[in-house]
Design a protein around this ligand. Structure first.
Ligand code: SF4
Length: 319
């Protein structure tokens, strides 16, 4: 097992009421647990505000968790000093949604790709240029582009450059945070194919964060559905798409025309978005207000995540 996350939690303080003496907190992520094996892809899906990006950032310690445990490659990450964690980043990379924002416009493509070499390796300048040029070719771009700047490329090409940079140090894990969301449909499919190829070649594991179930269907071995910071369903991808169990997962799937095509451009965030109506400390199912299958018990008792079928978990009183 490459990555094990146990009880990962992030609390943020709410704005203090001037009449209240005590602080209240909101769960951005609430006791999230999962594992990820080498060479596999786990997708975290859910609408905006579900806690999936915070989860990904906590694993890289770009956001510090409030509680929980993260074991990566048999090392407990939360026990590492900042300096040791920095060394660890060699094996853990992230690809963001906006390739333009994540590439320094003042640096050439060569400088951008070889930045990691300068920090983490002893390669000479000549070797760094040679490796950068090989990486560019590997992601489907000509090595003649090495001395160009990010603004000279299309969105898809920039994302290829971000991928070349992310794989430059041969990481074991890449967190892909909505990495294909800003691309148009055909480019998106090409980038997903590229990620799949690189995974086969280098046995990289992906933690793929997306609101788009079409994308998740294309790339995942396992799926986790998050709602308001909680895991509501976890399953192998095949089982999930054949037989989604949780009413929230069903509503996400019902909102897309076909999981086999990339036609949908509509953002799932618009399905329903009444997240602010919730009281943080309420009992009961957090999906109650939106659930077409809600029962009386759902309002009173919080459902636990339990195994319903082989390796297929859901938190719902229906089961
Ligand atoms: Fe719906 Fe109740 Fe299941 Fe929550 S526990 S998803 S309200 S049926």
């Amino acid at each position: 097992m490459l990555l094990e996350v146990k009880g990962l939690t992030k609390l943020y303080p709410n704005q203090k009421n001037i009449f209240s003496k005590s602080h209240t907190y909101s769960h951005a992520v609430n006791k999230v647990s999962f594992t990820l094996n080498s060479g596999k892809t786990l997708s975290l899906v859910g609408e905006s505000g579900s806690g999936k990006t915070t989860t990904g950032k906590m694993i890289l310690r770009l956001v510090e968790p409030t509680a929980g445990k993260i074991v990566f490659n048999n090392i407990s990450l939360l026990e590492l000093s900042k300096k040791s964690m920095l060394k660890m980043r060699k094996d853990m990379q992230i690809i963001f949604q906006d390739p333009y924002g994540s590439l320094n416009p003042r640096m050439t493509i060569c400088q951008l790709i070889s930045e990691g070499f300068a920090i983490h390796t002893n390669l000479t300048k000549k070797e760094r240029i040679k490796s950068s040029s090989e990486l560019l070719e590997m992601v489907g771009l000509s090595h003649h582009y090495l001395n160009r700047y990010p603004h000279e490329f299309s969105g898809g090409q920039r994302q290829r450059i971000s991928i070349a940079r992310a794989i430059s140090l041969k990481p074991k894990l890449i967190v892909c945070d909505e990495s294909v969301s800003s691309l148009d449909v055909s480019v998106r499919a090409q980038i997903l194919d590229l990620l799949n190829d690189l995974q086969r070649q280098f046995k990289i594991s992906y933690l793929f964060i997306t609101h788009d179930l079409n994308v998740a269907a294309h790339i995942s071995d396992d799926i986790i559905v998050m709602f308001e910071g909680n895991i509501v369903e976890r399953a192998r991808a095949n089982d999930f798409f054949k037989n989604p169990l949780h009413p929230y997962s069903k509503s996400l799937l019902a909102a897309i025309p076909s999981i086999n095509t990339f036609e949908r451009e509509r953002d799932l965030d618009i399905i329903l978005n009444d997240l602010q109506n919730k009281l943080e400390d309420q009992n009961g199912c957090r999906f109650y207000n939106r659930c077409p299958e809600a029962m009386d018990i759902c309002l009173k008792i919080t459902p636990l995540l339990i195994e319903i079928n082989d390796n297929h978990f859901a938190s719902c009183h229906k089961f």
